[in-house]
Ligand binder design. Structure first.
Ligand code: LLP
Length: 415
């Protein structure tokens, strides 16, 4: 579901023609539909209304302040993985009492600022980290609320780079080790156990890996409770997948049906760290065709967006649908859509059937709202694109396009 559609032969975001945005803001530009974000959040929230729950939006998917403040206004919490993300979510008005902090490499400085902010809990990923957190909390005279990230060893059947819940992944601790660590945590005076956490992977398009992993987590929670430990929160992580083409994916209600009964009698609040499902289909990357080129038997459409703007195709061979902003019949040209970056891996689509396009025309790279801008870089000293948010018939630039001065900020000419 999203609010990008053709009207009178032109692609719109809600009530705004994408051509108008490209004309005023230039390209490449990310365009987000606020209405889509709101509806996705509400659907997820409502699907789980039968169990006490908190959606901690995963900031890494799209960390623009306008996206965060939109979600804050709906009551969302945040899943963060760095001091930078903490800074953003606080700035956007997400209450600390709804922030959870994950990641295998939290620094003492990051721990300390999150502690002082008063976040809901740290998702601790190793024994050493647990002890360091206890010391940091002791030094500040505070108590650190914690969940242990456990690794339930299930296969989410997704791209290997984004599968995180297998035994060989760097994340979390094994189920057996978890019991020992919880016992150990009990003896640490500046930690307070509050929950159990997992995150098994991303872009998961089946319910089953969740049913299986949450069943395992449930056993662990029951065991911990039997040992007299307090477990108020069961955090199942993120990972709900979205359609990138016309594939069938579960609805929030399907997940709620599978997971709800497993947690309803545990007396825990369910936390979901959903990122992609909320913002993925709420964004497009708008780009302009620069040149057409043929070499041997290959045809290239060279556009002004590149792998530095949207890395997913290059890194994961991820599929993003590409639509001409002027609606066209047929898809009779098989082309590679490539950017200006000096890498053979710089492509947005390979061997893709598209309608014929000409230089100057606009293309929309669809489903780019999650892990799009957040994974962008300045490679080749390219300026990172602008970001625009649309709401109904209004739009605003919510991040300016970078300038050459931005590019060298903080740099010095030797000596
Ligand atoms: N919680 C934790 C601890 C995570 O590591 C992640 C994502 C999430 C939640 C959110 O997962 P989501 O609901 O968005 O699937 N760059 C990759 C995705 C990497 C995901 C990393 N962790 C991509 O472009 O597909």
């Amino acid at each position: 579901m999203h609010h990008f559609a053709y009207r009178g032969g032109e692609l719109y975001c809600e009530e705004v023609p994408l051509k108008k945005i490209a004309g005023e803001v230039g390209t490449p530009v990310y365009v987000y539909s606020r209405r889509t974000i709101v509806e996705h959040y509400r659907r997820l929230d409502e699907a789980f209304s039968g169990v006490p729950h908190l959606v901690c939006y995963s900031v890494k998917a799209n960390s623009n302040l306008s996206v965060l403040s939109t979600l804050a206004s709906l009551g969302a919490g945040a899943d963060i993985v760095s001091g930078g993300e903490l800074f953003r979510v606080l700035r956007a008005g997400i209450p600390p009492s709804r922030i959870v902090f994950a990641g295998v490499g939290k620094t003492e400085a990051e721990m300390s600022s999150a502690l002082r902010a008063g976040i809901l809990m740290f998702n601790v990923e190793s024994r050493q980290e647990m002890h360091v957190l206890n010391e940091v909390a002791a030094r500040s005279g505070l108590e650190a609320p914690v969940a242990l990230r456990v690794n339930p060893d299930v296969d989410p059947e997704t791209h290997p780079y984004i599968a995180t819940g297998l035994r060989e992944a760097k994340f979390g601790v094994g189920m057996r080790e978890a019991l020992e660590l919880y016992e150990e945590a009990r003896g640490l005076s500046h930690l307070r156990i509050r929950g159990v956490h997992q995150h098994i992977g991303s872009q998961i398009t089946q319910v089953e890996p969740f049913r299986e992993s949450v069943s395992r987590l449930r056993e662990l929670v029951l065991e911990l409770k039997a040992r007299g430990l307090e477990v108020e929160y069961l955090n199942i992580g993120g990972g709900f997948g979205i359609p990138y083409r016309d594939e069938e994916v579960p609805y929030p209600s399907d997940y709620a049906e599978a997971i709800g009964p497993l947690v309803s009698e545990l007396g825990c609040t369910l936390i979901m760290e959903t990122g992609r499902m909320i913002v993925g289909n709420a964004g497009v990357l708008l780009t302009r065709v620069l040149y057409l080129k043929e070499t041997g038997d290959k045809r290239f459409v060279v556009v002004d967006a590149a792998m530095n703007d949207l890395l997913r195709p290059a890194l994961y061979h991820a599929y993003h649908e590409i639509l001409p902003v002027d609606e066209k019949e047929g898809a009779d040209q098989v082309v590679d859509v490539v950017g200006p970056v000096c890498e053979t891996g710089d492509f947005l689509a390979r061997e893709r059937a598209l309608p014929g396009v000409e230089p100057g025309e606009l293309l929309a790279v669809m489903s780019a709202g999650a892990y799009g801008f957040t994974m962008s870089s300045n490679y080749n000293s390219r300026l990172r694109p602008a970001e625009v948010m649309v709401d109904g018939d209004r739009f605003a630039v919510v991040r300016e396009r970078e300038s050459y001065e931005d590019l060298i900020r903080g740099e010095r000419v030797w000596p």
